[in-house]
Design a binder for this molecule. Structure first.
Ligand SMILES: Cc1cc2nc3c(=O)[nH]c(=O)nc-3n(C[C@H](O)[C@H](O)[C@H](O)COP(=O)(O)O)c2cc1C
Length: 328
């Protein structure tokens, strides 16, 4: 499995429509679902929560939980549904997630995590991977992290995605927890150097090709979240510079493909904005991108969004130049 560059799991962002869109831009990155709680995966509307388009693959399901039985059940479900990987969230610091005992607070319980992962590994054949932070609260200590990693490795997990900042479990909002604790890439590098047999993916604050190349000198892969969500076309630079892909689609070609998908999905009852909201950043950094964003959000949020509206947006997407002239 190629995890040289992955798009990070992001709640309310990397849903199936976003992943389909991202896959139109990059064939080589690994994609992750938003975090799905074990109970939702088991008892919820599975079609709604877990289904995806085959084009999205390779695709990992990220799960949140700490109940061995539930986690192993979800690992099996993921395998049966054709996911390529199941990833356990050991890095989310939100209060709600802590209350349910999953995410970053599990860094305090290496034995429990190890048991959970062991059950997951035994219940499926797809890779079981872990996404964690370098520490939590006052614990930002290499030995602690290394022991945590080794304990999980014992249970059969060979791939670790490490967000290179600690989680503050009390006092910071999830958003602050993505910015305030300082990045410490060295700690992740050291984990790789101490454990050359493990696949170590580095995450946090990566937004430039040079940064990706530098991290790849030491780590096996990089995971990027916000920089791709905000500027999805950055993926074409990644395709070109990291994967040597020469003929990348233009923004208009991507939009055209997305709108074919939109046409199909709208007929199945999907709302226009559920798809197009992810395309707001398509023209990021381009002249007129503000107009594009405003136009798109004004139109796609219309409550009675129907297929005519979608078609209209399609024309707009394909004639972005014209949009800039007409609505500027
Ligand atoms: C809106 C948003 C939602 C997120 N949701 C998740 C999630 O569901 N699971 C997870 O492991 N991390 C989640 N994260 C954290 C990202 O996966 C990633 O670790 C973090 O954004 C740092 O990477 P970046 O600096 O490249 O964005 C989320 C981040 C953002 C911005």
């Amino acid at each position: 499995m190629k995890r040289i560059v992955s798009v990070a799991p992001m709640m309310d962002c990397t849903d199936r429509h976003d992943r389909f869109f991202l896959r139109l831009i990059s064939k080589n990155v690994m994609l992750y679902s938003e975090m799905i709680a074990t109970k939702s995966a088991i008892h919820g509307d599975r079609k709604k929560i877990l289904s995806y388009s085959p084009e999205e693959k390779p695709l990992a399901l990220q799960v949140g939980g700490s109940d061995k039985k539930e986690l192993s059940e979800v690992a099996k479900i993921a395998e049966d549904m054709g996911y390529d990987e199941i990833n356990i969230n050991l890095g989310c610091p939100s209060k709600k997630v802590q209350k349910n005992k999953f995410g970053a607070c599990l860094m305090k319980e290496p034995n429990l995590v190890s048991e959970c992962i062991n059950e997951m590994v035994n219940s499926c054949k797809i890779p079981v991977t872990a996404k964690t932070r370098i520490g939590f609260d006052d614990t930002e200590d290499f030995d602690y992290l290394n022991k945590f990693v080794l304990k999980i490795k014992e249970s059969g997990c060979k791939t670790f995605i490490i967000h290179a900042r600690k989680a503050i479990l009390k006092g910071l909002t999830p958003k602050q927890n993505l910015n305030i604790p300082k990045l410490n890439y060295e700690m992740v590098y050291k984990i790789k150097k101490e454990n050359p047999d493990l696949e170590i993916i580095i995450n946090g604050g990566i937004s430039k090709i040079d940064e990706i190349k530098n991290h790849l000198k030491i780590c096996n892969g990089v995971m990027i979240g916000r920089a791709i969500y905000q500027n999805p076309y950055f993926l074409t630079d990644i395709e070109k510079e990291i994967f040597n892909v020469k003929n990348n689609p233009t923004r208009e070609e991507i939009a055209e493909q997305l709108l074919k998908y939109l046409e199909k999905e709208v007929k199945l009852g999907t709302k226009v904005n559920h798809i197009m909201r992810h395309a707001v950043g398509l023209y990021h950094g381009q002249p007129g991108s503000k107009n594009w964003k405003r136009y798109l959000s004004d139109n796609m949020m219309a409550r009675d969004s129907d297929f005519q509206k979608a078609k209209h947006i399609m024309t707009v997407v394909q004639n972005n130049e014209k949009v800039n002239q007409t609505i500027a």
